[in-house]
Every structure is written in structure tokens, then in C-alpha cells.
Design a protein around this ligand. Structure first.
Ligand SMILES: C[S@@+](CC[C@H](N)C(=O)[O-])C[C@H]1O[C@@H](n2cnc3c(N)ncnc32)[C@H](O)[C@@H]1O
Length: 301
């Protein structure tokens, strides 16, 4: 028998019934982590958190609650990202709005923010009281807003070419109570000619078209391609960002970029060619290369 999403029954189904049927239905549709997603979506439909579901397994659902669960589970079964259905995603201490116009902020990017904060702290220790930070390709605003809220002394500018993504990022700034200057345009283009920063950070598009084609449906069919694909070799954005970075940095400034886990050597080489003489590669908690940190630009200032 094929799994069906929460078929109507004479007796109102309980929370546990709905969870079991939803998880089985999602699993049958190939959804990874089907039970977790069922819990997240049912909890949101019932306006409670996941833990509360476990304390209410026997509670019968009202018809309106059941309809809300059905609608959400059907969307997830079509492989729409759970964050698009929920409309938000936790990122460090923030809860960020996400839509189909923004990349869903990833856990590995939360780790990259640790490197960014370490660089901000290094600058402040060196006497830069209010470091100027530029986040290129801000998307939902996750990196810019994490820095602005966790290091309020930093002066944060965030750029994206997508007006729709920037609208989401601006709403997220209001939600976070953070002060960030948002600019629309192609990488450095919207900046004043003489503007310099102490730190340039970016999680740019870094997939090749072939990797994008092979990605999960959640990514390929629902996230913006322009947020993901970085030219034929996946490195176009690094070339743009790193080659122009030295001219945009104050002396002693640096760059932190997130990378795909196979790109460490290539991105480090681009950074060295751009004039950085102190280039470091950092791994994430899974042991995969995830960030390149570049300092010592010879053209700084
Ligand atoms: C991989 S997403 C990262 C979004 C966000 N920083 C994050 O970590 O979740 C890359 C972002 O770069 C933006 N982008 C792509 N090309 C760009 C360009 N030429 N100039 C400015 N932004 C660009 C995309 O719109 C997208 O928001």
C-alpha cells in the first residue's frame, strides 16, 4: 500500500498518529531525516516546540490543525526545504527569515563566523576600536548580522546583487535589532571608490554547474542558482573577491572566505596570487576544509 499523507479518519488522529504517518510518508518520498522534519512541521502547525509534542502524544488534533499539518507535509514531500516551509532558520543566536530568494544559512557557515569573530577580536586587540567589516554576498544577512550582534563595535556593510535577498536581510536586521548597512550590486561595485575595510568576509557561490545538477532536490529545485554556482570551475567569485580585496583593505586587514571542501588549495593559491602572504586553511567540525583566511596583502592601504 502506498503511504498517504494523513488520510482523514473517523476518530481524530492523535499527535503520535500524525507524526508516525507523516514520517512514513516523507520517508517514502525520499526525504532525508523524515522523522525530524515531520516533528518540526507538526510542531509548527500546532504552534508548539518539538519537545512539547513528546508531552502530548495522545492529544487529538482539531480538523484545522490536521489541515495545517497536511499542507506542510505535502510541501516537504515535494522536497521543498523544511526551512522554506517554516519560514525561518536558527543561525547562532539568531532566528532568521529565509525565503526562496535566499540561501538557507548552513551550520558550517556558523563555524566560519567563529573565524570571522576571531579576526575581529585580533583587530580590536591591535587597537582598531571599531573594525569596518564587509560581507560580500550576504543572502539572508546571516554572517553580517551574527557579527553585528556578537561584536556590536564592528561597523558592518553587507552587499548582495539580489534585491530580493537584500529585502529579506533587511527584515532580518530589524528582527535582530542590528545595525548593518546594506548595498545592492556586483561585489565591490556599490562601494565608494575610496572605501576601505579591516575585514572582508564572504560565503560566495562555489558549486560547479555539474555539482549543482547533482545536488539534492532541496538545493537544486528550491534555492537560487545564482547563490550557488560560481562559474565553470566554481571559483569565479573567489577570483573577483580576492583579486580586488587588497585594494579594499586597510593595512593589517584580512579576508575570510567560506569554501567548498575540495577548494582549499585552489582558493589559497588565488589569495597568494592576489598578494596575500599569510594564507591559512581551516577545517570544520567534520574535518573538512571550510575556510580560507588571508592576511598580509602587499597592496593594503
Ligand atoms: C552562497 S550564498 C551565501 C549567502 C549567505 N552569505 C550565507 O552564508 O548563507 C551567495 C550569495 O552571493 C550573492 N551573489 C552572487 N553573485 C554575486 C555578485 N556578483 N555580487 C554580489 N552578490 C552576489 C547571491 O545572491 C547569494 O546571496
Amino acid at each position: 500500500m502506498t503511504a498517504r499523507p494523513l488520510a482523514s479518519a473517523q476518530v481524530p488522529p492523535s499527535v503520535l498518529d500524525v507524526l508516525r504517518k507523516s514520517a512514513a510518508y516523507l520517508a517514502a518520498k525520499g526525504v532525508p531525516e523524515a522523522r525530524l522534519d515531520a516533528e518540526l512541521l507538526v510542531a509548527r502547525a500546532l504552534n508548539c516546540d518539538r519537545l512539547a509534542l513528546y508531552l502530548a502524544f495522545d492529544r487529538p488534533l482539531a480538523e484545522t490543525e490536521l489541515a495545517a499539518c497536511r499542507a506542510a507535509i505535502r510541501r516537504r514531500a515535494r522536497r521543498e526545504p523544511v526551512q522554506h516551509i517554516l519560514g525561518d532558520q536558527a543561525f547562532r543566536a539568531l532566528t532568521l527569515e529565509v525565503t526562496a530568494d535566499t540561501l538557507v544559512p548552513r551550520p558550517e557557515t556558523e563555524e566560519v563566523v567563529d573565524h570571522v569573530l576571531a579576526e575581529v577580536d585580533r583587530l580590536m586587540t591591535a587597537g582598531v576600536a571599531a573594525p569596518a567589516l564587509l560581507d560580500l554576498g550576504t543572502g539572508s544577512g546571516c554572517i553580517a548580522l551574527a557579527v553585528a550582534t556578537e561584536r556590536p563595535a564592528a561597523r558592518v556593510t553587507a552587499v548582495d546583487q539580489s534585491a530580493a535577498a537584500l529585502a529579506v536581510a533587511r527584515r532580518n536586521a530589524v528582527r535582530a535589532g542590528a545595525s548593518v548597512r546594506f548595498l545592492q550590486g556586483d561585489w565591490y561595485a556599490p562601494l565608494e571608490a575610496a572605501e576601505r575595510f579591516h575585514l572582508i568576509v564572504s560565503n560566495p557561490p562555489y558549486l560547479t554547474p555539474v555539482e549543482w545538477e547533482a545536488a539534492q532536490p532541496e538545493v537544486r529545485d528550491f534555492e537560487p542558482r545564482a547563490a550557488l554556482v560560481g562559474g565553470d570551475d566554481g571559483l569565479d567569485a573567489y577570483r573577483h573577491i580576492l583579486e580586488d580585496a587588497p585594494a579594499r583593505l586597510h593595512p593589517g586587514g584580512g579576508v575570510v572566505v567560506e569554501i567548498g571542501h575540495t577548494q582549499g588549495e585552489a582558493v589559497a593559491a588565488i589569495a597568494r596570487r592576489a598578494g596575500f602572504d599569510d594564507v591559512r586553511r581551516e577545517r570544520d567540525m567534520e574535518g573538512r576544509e571550510r575556510a580560507v583566511i588571508a592576511r598580509g596583502a602587499v597592496r593594503g592601504g
